[in-house]
Ligand binder design. Structure first.
Ligand code: RB5
Length: 150
């Protein structure tokens, strides 16, 4: 399941990605926004983040103007690893090495075709585990204020 969300600046990109994924038969949940009217990105980031955490195995797609603000907000939610990506290599590597559960994209940065490729590779790439799991565990420890254990 793919959970999507955007602010106004990412709305058109989010809609294009949703259509692309639905055409592939993927189950999508759209947490808004639903127009180009100006809206704040942080509440959308939190809604998508909570939905991703509530649905094991799901992944999220967040879009704002740059992908930056909405990823910063999502990364404040415990358990979320949101990667702001602008190329296919990073979209792949952030699944393999960071076990990212959300990809964040910029509607003012990335063209729609590249964004579709990034999302496709993001959702079709598996986490490699191994030494990368140790690093994820360290991030989780920071999140839980267990920094003595690092
Ligand atoms: C909205 O104008 C813009 O600031 C927002 O979409 C995003 O780019 C913030 O990081």
């Amino acid at each position: 399941m793919i959970i999507l969300g955007s602010d106004h600046a990412g709305f058109e990109l989010k809609e294009a990605i949703k259509k692309h994924l639905e055409e592939k038969g993927l189950n999508c949940i759209d947490k808004g926004t639903h127009s180009t009217d100006s809206v704040d990105y942080a509440p959308i980031a939190v809604k998508v983040s909570r939905e991703v955490l509530a649905n094991e195995g799901s992944l999220g797609v967040l879009c704002c103007g740059t992908g930056i603000g909405i990823s910063i907000a999502a990364n404040k939610v415990k358990g979320i690893r949101a990667a702001c990506c602008s190329n296919v290599f990073c979209a792949k590597m952030t699944r393999m090495h960071n076990n990212a559960n959300i990809i964040a994209l910029g509607g003012r940065v990335t063209d729609i075709d590249t964004a579709k490729k990034m999302v496709d590779i993001f959702i079709n790439t598996q986490f490699e585990g191994g030494r990368h799991q140790r690093r994820i565990n360290q991030i989780t420890a920071i999140e839980n204020d267990e920094i003595d254990e690092i």
